[in-house]
Ligand binder design. Structure first.
Ligand code: LLP
Length: 415
């Protein structure tokens, strides 16, 4: 079995035991070198045409990491007022933020308008609400290209079975509403879903969106959304990374056709979230108990479903490396179910997984935890959310979010 953390020198020589001792267990650890290299990969995706990458900050909204994304020259999309506020705090100017909300209040839309943030409306109702707030202004609309894709039905966001976006047959009505409020639709966007390793659905959605673009006047930008996949089985099955090189060629060819069909060159954008930080983050936790039930071995850790929700919510797979006495072990493989410390039987990180022998006080290192990890964490069971640390380029360790305290937990109830 490969070891991702050894191959990448993930901890830059730091002993994971020391990290946990200093910053508490569990702990999210990010590697700045990997972060920057992934951001650069995304930024340079298309070079032939005017192109921008919007980092979709819902995947990881740590302020220090957002600042790195800003330094690397990415723009961002935001889903809520809170995300816009955080991006402004991270130093993004409003022209580098694209607000892509769903079912938002008048107040939230007003906040975006007051801050000069370009906004996309994803239903005719929301467009009308926006028109009442900011008649005569510029905006964008989110369209449903009819094709969806994703690792789980809960994250497929286009096609027939979704709450998102405006469909082809609603365009006439949409244009009427836009005219009524003298809105200038300067951009269109889509997001078909999260995590594809096979780019075909994304590429056919690109074609479909281009066809829909013909219904509009000259657009300033066309945004094709995110979804680039990450190989979550790279250690266990040697899964290969998303093939950006072949994707780029096919994507660029479609953009050639788009430019020809449209007769102008808009700014093209994509909107990846996961790819930016997923592999740059791991989650360390401690094994506090090993036990058997009906012959099944359980390794009970402090990584509850509140710390990493994805396995419970989607049945998602995360490769796990086991650290024994400070080093990665591959000894004595056996079937083990790795669980957390939350009061639910579904609190499982890995079910009946072949893993090296685990004993109490070992450390488990959950890979690919940098996206939709901390971002989806909660205080369920009144557990503290962990600290986040960054292994910096010079090999130092920087705390980029402190661990919750019990005061943090109770503050809002002190009323
Ligand atoms: N743009 C929009 C409008 C989105 O809603 C999303 C993700 C993205 C871009 C970025 O997609 P990505 O490149 O990260 O696939 N919690 C789930 C993923 C939810 C994705 C939500 N939207 C998970 O853990 O797999």
């Amino acid at each position: 079995m490969r070891s991702y953390i050894e191959e990448t020198g993930f901890f830059a020589g730091h002993d994971p035991r020391d990290l946990l001792k200093t910053y508490g267990s569990p702990l999210y650890v990010y590697n700045e070198k990997i972060v920057r290299s992934n951001l650069r990969r995304l930024k340079g995706l298309i070079t032939k045409y005017p192109y921008r990458t919007n980092y979709s900050m819902k995947a990881n909204s740590n302020l220090a990491l957002l600042r790195i994304a800003r330094e690397e020259g990415l723009n961002c999309d935001a889903m809520s007022e809170g995300e816009i506020r955080l991006l402004l705090k991270a130093g993004f100017t409003p022209d580098r933020i694209f607000f892509v909300p769903n079912n938002v209040s008048e107040e939230e839309l007003k906040f975006a308008v007051a801050n000069g943030v370009m906004t996309s409306l994803d239903s005719i109702d929301q467009l009308e609400r926006y028109g009442r707030i900011a008649p005569g202004s510029k905006c964008a609309v989110r369209l449903n290209p009819g094709v969806g894709a994703g690792h789980h039905k809960k994250v497929v966001t286009a096609g027939k079975n979704t709450k998102f976006a405006i469909t082809d047959d609603q365009l006439d009505e949409m244009f009427r509403v836009a005219d009524r409020y003298d809105l200038k639709i300067v951009g269109i966007n889509q997001h078909i879903g999260s995590l594809f390793m096979d780019p075909e659905p994304f590429l056919s959605a690109v074609s479909n969106l281009i066809q829909m673009a013909k219904r509009f006047g000259k657009l300033d930008f066309i945004d094709f959304g995110g979804g680039y996949g990450v190989p979550y089985h790279k250690v266990s099955e040697d899964e290969k990374p998303f093939d950006f090189d072949s994707f780029e060629k096919k994507f660029e060819k479609l953009l050639d056709e788009a430019v020809e069909e449209l007769g102008y060159v808009p700014l093209f954008k994509t909107e990846p979230g996961r790819f930016a930080f997923c592999e740059a983050g791991v989650l360390l936790g401690t094994v506090h108990a090993v036990k058997y039930n009906a012959g099944k071995k359980y390794a009970g850790t402090d990584i509850g479903m509140n710390i990493l929700t994805r396995p419970t919510l989607y049945g998602s797979w995360h490769d796990i490396e086991v650290i024994h006495d400070g080093t990665v072990t591959t000894d004595d493989p056996q079937q083990i179910t790795v669980t957390g410390n939350i009061c639910e039987s579904g609190d499982i990180i890995a079910d009946s997984r072949t893993l090296p022998k685990i004993v109490t006080d070992d450390i488990v290192c959950v890979l690919d935890a940098g996206a939709y990890g901390y971002a989806m964490a909660s205080n369920y069971n009144q557990r503290l959310r962990p600290a986040e640390v960054l292994i910096t380029l010079d090999g130092g360790v920087k705390v980029i979010r402190r661990r919750d305290t019990y005061e943090d937990l109770f503050r809002n109830m002190d009323v």
